[in-house]
Design a binder for this molecule. Structure first.
Ligand SMILES: NC(=O)c1ccc[n+]([C@@H]2O[C@H](COP(=O)([O-])OP(=O)(O)OC[C@H]3O[C@@H](n4cnc5c(N)ncnc54)[C@H](O)[C@@H]3O)[C@@H](O)[C@H]2O)c1
Ligand SMILES: O=C(O)[C@H](O)[C@@H](O)CO
Length: 383
């Protein structure tokens, strides 16, 4: 069976996003962005594309899959894979989290290497490039134990050039690679409805497709070389970070002016100033709940990656730079591990809603926060 595809309109050529990609990221061929980008709806799950260069014997219909990194995103992704019928092996530096997943029916492995030896597809959902290096090339790492033909699916938000180089390093060992950053937050990870921004060789997709499908509502295939998915993710992070910072600043101004927080939330979420991030993150502020579904330090990292990508080109990013400073200020104030909505705490002289306050967003099918630490919480909203 082949996937349904949604040809992307060539409006991309004319959009500002495409302009940024083509000027500061000149490695993205426009043809890769504008053709045959598969779109898969959850209701339309299907078997993987066939006939992409592997012989049938080499391509497992349902690959054995492992997930390394069971944090806010990885735990939900592992659960989605189980819900889709996969036997899922896991590993995390925190053995108790892997053990808890084993209690649900998965299999816990003591090291990334042991897990790698047991799977065809290893999905990595650790925080950054340094952690991926540790997973793959650290003590009892995965790279040596992944069998030739198996695939490492790199879901971390990381430097696109590093990701492109990693594809080559793994290829030297016969290991395939997909550059596959994710979007949608902890709730969509848990419901198997992520957006994945992927690029890589057809042979890697041929093995990993059923795994990607099980974790996602939409899998964008953006090109046949690693790094392109990460470039698009970085553009998304520019918007996501700026939108959170702007939402916090606007909410802070309203509170300073004496407007009740829930009234602000109600009106703005029904007005032109709204954004996905305002609606999502300011609900956390309303609830006074800064349990990290995505931490302040994630945006210190991600907006840093955004700025790093533009700097060699001397490409100005004034909004991203300001937002980065805001997250840095929050982190320097000791808020790095809190939910990224805690960036609102950098504004002086405002009274934020108390945690005990059980405010529900008015007339919206408002999200309710998970309790407990992000890594172990069952997410109940989109983070
Ligand atoms: N949280 C979000 O909403 C979100 C959304 C989209 C993308 N992302 C990206 O996804 C990635 C994961 O983010 P997260 O929020 O799940 O992070 P997290 O900190 O919640 O989870 C990371 C997990 O990796 C584990 N880990 C770290 N190093 C390890 C190693 N060497 N071996 C085994 N396990 C290791 C940690 O113990 C932790 O459980 C990041 O790159 C992030 O930018 C996050
Ligand atoms: O796209 C997303 O899901 C978000 O921006 C995360 O990467 C960070 O909260």
């Amino acid at each position: 069976m082949s996937r349904a595809t949604r040809p992307v309109e060539c409006d991309w050529h004319h959009s500002s996003l495409c302009a940024i990609l083509r000027s500061s990221y000149d490695a993205i061929p426009a043809r890769n962005l504008c053709r045959d980008v598969p779109r898969t709806a959850r209701s339309g799950r299907r078997t993987a594309r066939r006939g992409l260069g592997m012989n049938d014997q080499a391509r497992p219909e349902r690959p054995r899959v492992g997930v390394v990194g069971l944090g806010a995103m990885g735990l939900g992704m592992a659960r989605s894979l189980r819900a889709a019928g996969f036997d899922v092996g896991v590993h995390d530096l925190r053995p108790e989290v892997a053990a808890a997943f084993a209690d649900e029916g998965g299999t816990a492995y003591a090291s990334a290497g042991e897990l790698a030896a047991a799977v065809d597809v290893l999905v990595g959902v650790v925080v950054n490039a340094a952690q991926v290096e540790s997973v793959l090339f650290g003590a009892d790492g995965a790279a040596e134990r992944l069998r030739p033909g198996s695939v490492y699916v790199m879901c971390s938000t990381a430097d696109p050039d590093w990701s492109a180089a990693l594809e080559k390093r793994l290829a030297e060992r016969g290991v395939r690679y997909l550059d596959a950053p994710i979007s949608g937050g902890a709730a969509r990870a848990a419901s198997g409805e992520l957006t994945m921004m992927t690029s890589g060789a057809a042979a890697a997709y041929a093995v990993a497709d059923p795994v990607l499908d099980a974790m996602s509502a939409t899998v964008y295939r953006l090109g046949d070389e690693a790094g392109i998915g990460s470039k698009v993710k970085i553009v998304n992070q520019l918007l996501a970070g700026v939108h959170i910072a702007a939402a916090a600043e606007a909410m802070a101004l309203g509170l300073k002016a004496g407007v009740p927080a829930d009234a602000l939330y109600e009106v703005i979420t029904h007005s032109a100033g709204n954004s996905w991030m305002f609606e999502n993150r300011m609900a956390h502020v309303l609830a006074g709940d800064y349990t990290p579904l995505s931490a302040v330090d994630i945006f210190v990292k991600d907006l840093g990656l955004v700025l790093d990508a533009a700097r060699p080109e001397k490409f100005p990013l004034p909004l991203a730079a300001t937002a980065h400073q805001m997250f840095l200020q929050a982190s320097a104030s000791g808020l790095g591990g809190e939910d990224d909505s805690a960036v609102i705490k950098i504004f002086p002289g405002i009274e934020l809603p108390e945690p005990s306050r059980s405010t529900e967003p008015v007339e919206l099918s408002g999200p309710s926060r998970a309790s407990g630490p992000s890594q172990s919480a069952e997410p109940t909203e989109e983070s």
